[in-house]
Design a protein around this ligand. Structure first.
Ligand SMILES: [Zn+2]
Length: 422
């Protein structure tokens, strides 16, 4: 081979081919393209198979070996000089929401392929192998739970549990994996990882609002979901004087206000949302006898989540004592906050600084496959802005220069970990 051995200066000057990456994103977005410019490529459908076929074809063309595990996760591997070392991995997902966009997930997978194409084009060898993963059913739209492939891989739940999940037509994950030909031999999780990076659109407005190109993601917010029920007494809206009512909605609405107030006290990462309200009997001239509503609390550490939980429960207890109306708060699910590994967070920050991109630390309010990988190996994420912070929507959009910048950061963060052979 005539390619001269790269020097450290050559490596510092290395950049991905943004046009090639953009063209691949647009080509993959044709599979399941919607009239409004989005993508509908639900997990384990025929369209998902076509997407997987295209991505694995690109990987093979880039000289990568492809393995599939029993939950259909794909691992595309570029050999290193020392293949005994655990691979430096990147990846994301290529399934979408029913009204999804072109970038959510797809960007993370294709950015990984672009890293490999760039290394190939410059004849650069790494000490550790490099792998690009696509994780099955991240979105959780057709099959629950979300982040299914990475969750099975990280042993957050069992393969049998995932296999048994059904869609609304009664089809199972196992059956659909077999049908599309993506049920592999490898036991999920029996696949060492040296470090894991994931590039993703931010899916929120913070980077755009701060005019930054790169978000250095320090971690992912913990989530607590509750069902809350306030029980009063239905009565006629006319004959019942105000002092003699048991109006469940009036009490519930005070607690709903506290959900937002509590999040505002827990700055900067506290989030509080009431997104679902059911009023019984929901009739114009009847005092509401029962109100059931959801509470979604998020924060950056488990201690902060606990503190918000205590605030809400204390206000509920006070309101119940003052009004005599029972208030029941049930925790229905909980995801712990996940801090990313300082080595990976620092690698992302150093790469962004070296490349001269405006960057800032951010937390992720949404779950990602990287959350489960962080339980297995040092992990970190790179965020780029998306237009108006909009995602899970066909109008989801990102600027080509931001797509390129995020991939350049990924390249240099991965090279720092995988060590270039100079
Ligand atoms: Zn995603």
């Amino acid at each position: 081979m005539d390619t001269p051995t790269p020097t450290t200066t050559d490596i510092d000057k290395l950049r991905v081919n943004g046009e090639r990456l953009w063209a691949s994103l647009m080509e993959l977005a044709q599979i399941g393209a919607t009239p409004k410019g989005g993508v509908c490529r639900l997990a384990l459908t025929d369209l998902d198979r076509q997407g997987r076929d295209l991505v694995t074809r690109w990987a093979r063309e880039a000289g990568m070996g492809v393995t599939i595990d029993k939950i259909g996760n794909g691992f595309m591997r570029r050999a290193g000089r020392n293949n005994q070392l655990p691979p430096i991995m990147t990846g994301s997902h290529i399934d979408t929401q029913p009204t999804g966009g072109k970038f959510d997930g797809n960007y993370g997978v294709l950015a990984g392929i672009e890293v490999v194409r760039t290394l190939n084009a410059h004849g650069i060898e790494t000490e550790a192998p490099i792998e690009v993963a696509f994780w099955t059913n991240e979105e959780g739209s057709r099959f629950v739970p979300v982040m299914m492939g990475s969750g099975v891989f990280a042993k957050a739940f069992t393969l049998e549990h995932a296999y048994a999940a059904t869609d609304t037509e009664g089809r199972t994950v196992r059956g659909e994996l077999e049908r599309i030909g993506y049920i592999g031999e490898q036991e999920p999780g029996e696949h060492p990882i040296g470090a894991y990076f994931e590039t993703h659109i931010e899916q929120g407005p913070v980077l755009e609002d701060n005019d930054k190109t790169i978000g250095v993601v320090s971690g992912v917010l913990g989530i607590r979901w509750y069902d809350c029920t306030v029980t009063g007494m239905e009565a006629h809206a006319g004959p019942t004087p105000m002092a003699l009512r048991k109006d469940a909605l009036q009490v519930a609405s005070q607690l709903m206000q506290e959900v937002v107030a509590c999040a505002q006290r827990h700055r900067p990462h506290g989030r509080g949302t009431v997104g679902m309200v059911q009023v019984h009997p929901n009739s114009r001239n009847v005092i509401p006898g029962r109100v059931k509503f959801s509470i979604d609390l998020r924060n950056a550490t488990c201690a902060d989540c606990d503190s918000m939980d205590q605030d809400i429960r204390a206000v509920a207890a006070r309101l119940s004592a003052e009004t005599g109306l029972p208030i029941c708060i049930d925790l229905v699910s909980s995801y712990p906050a996940q801090c990313f590994h300082s080595d990976c967070v620092d690698a992302v920050r150093r790469a962004a600084a070296k490349l001269g991109y405006p960057h800032m630390p951010v937390v992720s309010g949404a779950g990602h496959d990287a959350v489960y990988m962080a339980r297995l190996a040092p992990a970190g994420m790179v965020f780029i802005p998306c237009k108006d912070g909009i995602s899970h929507n066909e109008i989801e959009d990102a600027k080509p220069e931001h797509i390129t910048a995020g991939c350049n950061v990924l390249l240099h963060a991965m090279l720092e970990r995988a060590r270039v052979v100079c």
